[in-house]
Design a protein around this ligand. Structure first.
Ligand code: PBG
Length: 332
């Protein structure tokens, strides 16, 4: 596109900004509640309903609290919620078998929400870290996070979630080959309409810190995740990962974190034209919510501006802990 701009005063850009009505007419992008996915934390151990110190305003929820949140989301018009478990430390082992237990707390919550609020889409988290004694997303053997064995476990986890009623499988693990393995298993088990939103371009980011507090992985994590999550310096690699995951059967792709990686969002949307999501992660949330709580910024305005940035970059939607707050504002 070649923008045609006559010289002054034929062109006065301020004309179209001079009233709210004209600004509305000229507005290129809009935020909609329909583009939001709300991540919530769930737990069956003590600590539900207590605020997570590094995520002001965010709590872990019991089974009943999760059902209430799903109903709240549906009432607000939010199309999907995404569940992340805080697991009882006694259930965390090196072999992670609780991850694919059909009756684990996580799958119970999926079934309870499906029964009570069938219209909301449930997105899951597929990775071993909530169940792993060492906090990693994959099995650790002799200090190495092993790929192929982990993928087998992730497939079992995926099937248990799909059986429980999950609508969107969200592999956040960054193992190679997991999308193809999950897609084949879902097709094989007759789950033809269960979708996969791949964490295709997930970076090894320090912005995940508050999330690891929320799911109780901060203390457990040994080392870092740099052998499986992406190097923040890379952009072309993200395009190759998106292409790979699409070829393996992902229906939607995600860039994570969000705001520091808007260039990646833009490239993904323009180069592939597929449903593209950004995850405004816990550290991004904490920076905005924390500064707002201290009175250093106008929290509501910064929240809305940050979410509009994802739309401008081409994202179809965004995972954000602000989802209910922004939905309430957009409703009025
Ligand atoms: C782990 C996982 C992480 C997040 C979602 N799934 C953290 C990590 O990779 O260590 C981060 C989300 C956030 O920070 O809000 N499978």
């Amino acid at each position: 596109m070649t923008p045609i701009t006559p010289s002054f005063p034929a062109a006065r850009f301020r004309r179209m900004r001079s009233t709210a009505a004209l600004r509305d007419l000229a507005q290129e992008n809009r935020l909609s509640v329909k583009d939001l996915i709300w991540p919530i934390f769930i737990t069956d151990v003590a600590g539900a309903d207590v605020e997570i110190p590094s995520m002001p305003g965010v709590v872990r929820r019991s089974l009943h609290g999760a059902v209430d949140a799903a109903r709240e989301a549906a009432d607000l018009g939010i199309p999907a919620i995404c569940l992340f478990p805080y697991t009882d430390p006694v259930l965390k082992t090196e072999s992670c078998e609780e991850a694919w237990n059909p009756d684990n707390f996580y799958n119970q919550v999926i079934r309870a929400i499906k029964a009570a609020v069938p219209e909301i889409a449930i997105m899951t988290d597929v990775a071993l870290d909530p169940y792993n004694a060492n906090g990693h997303d994959g099995f650790v053997r002799d200090g190495v996070i092993v790929n192929d064995e982990t993928v087998e476990a992730l497939v079992k986890m995926t099937l248990a979630q799909a059986e429980s009623g999950a609508d969107i499988i969200g592999p956040s693990d960054m193992m190679d080959g997991r999308i193809g393995a999950m897609r084949a298993a879902l097709e094989g088990a007759g789950h033809r309409d269960v979708t996969i939103l791949s964490y295709a371009a997930k970076y090894a980011s320090a912005y995940y810190g508050p999330f690891r507090d929320a799911v109780g992985a901060s203390g457990a994590l040994k080392g870092d995740k740099k052998t499986y999550q992406m190097n923040p310096a890379n952009s072309d690699e993200a395009m190759r990962l998106v292409a790979r995951d699409l070829m393996e059967g992902a229906d939607m792709v995600m860039v994570k974190p969000g705001m520091p990686y808007l260039d990646i969002c833009y490239r993904v949307k323009t180069e592939f034209g597929v449903p593209t999501f950004a995850y405004q992660v816990s550290g991004e949330y904490a920076m905005i919510a924390g500064a707002a709580r201290n009175g250093w910024i106008n929290g509501e305005a910064v929240m809305l501006e940050s979410l509009m940035a994802f739309r401008r970059a081409g994202c179809d939607g965004v995972l954000t802990y602000f989802a209910p707050e922004v939905a309430r504002i957009l409703k009025t």
